[in-house]
Design a protein around this ligand. Structure first.
Ligand code: ZN
Length: 142
């Protein structure tokens, strides 16, 4: 299952020649909205065939990038996922869809740098503010 996610990411990067989640979302016609979501970092939903990524406007810009990549993972891997459920999710949920979206985000953002050994876990933690344990847990599933 995780191999499938990785293949999807690699295809997207190749197709759009970027690993920027904002650019890929735009190219796919997915809308991005910045909202005050309280303690929720972001969520994805589809309404009347319009795919929307919601990002907490209070997150830092690097964190927004990670949230966007995570929610893009839902848009690609779980396009019809149940909204009320996803509304409550956090990045740190152990749910299967959540781990797939996180793997998607990590593969997308760190594709070249991380997987070629150019970016250490320390760099990733610093750049995106992601707890180290969280990255390790998600990479283990590969
Ligand atoms: Zn999620």
């Amino acid at each position: 299952m995780s191999l499938l996610v990785i293949r999807k990411v690699d295809k997207l990067i190749k197709k759009f020649n970027t690993n920027c989640p904002f650019k890929i979302a735009k190219s796919l016609g997915i809308q991005i909205m910045y909202e005050d979501l309280g303690s929720t970092l972001g969520y994805y939903n589809q309404s009347f065939r319009v795919k929307i990524i919601h990002i907490n406007q209070k997150a830092s810009s690097n964190h927004k990038k990670f949230i966007c990549a995570h929610e893009l993972g839902h848009a690609i891997c779980h396009p019809r996922a149940n909204t009320p459920f996803l509304r409550k999710h956090t990045l740190f949920s152990t749910d299967k869809m959540e781990s797939e979206a996180n793997l998607f985000a990590i593969r997308l953002l760190f594709e070249k740098d991380y997987f070629d050994g150019q970016l250490s876990i320390d760099d990733a933690v610093e750049q995106y503010g992601i707890p180290e344990k969280f990255i390790l847990n998600n990479l283990k599933g590969e």
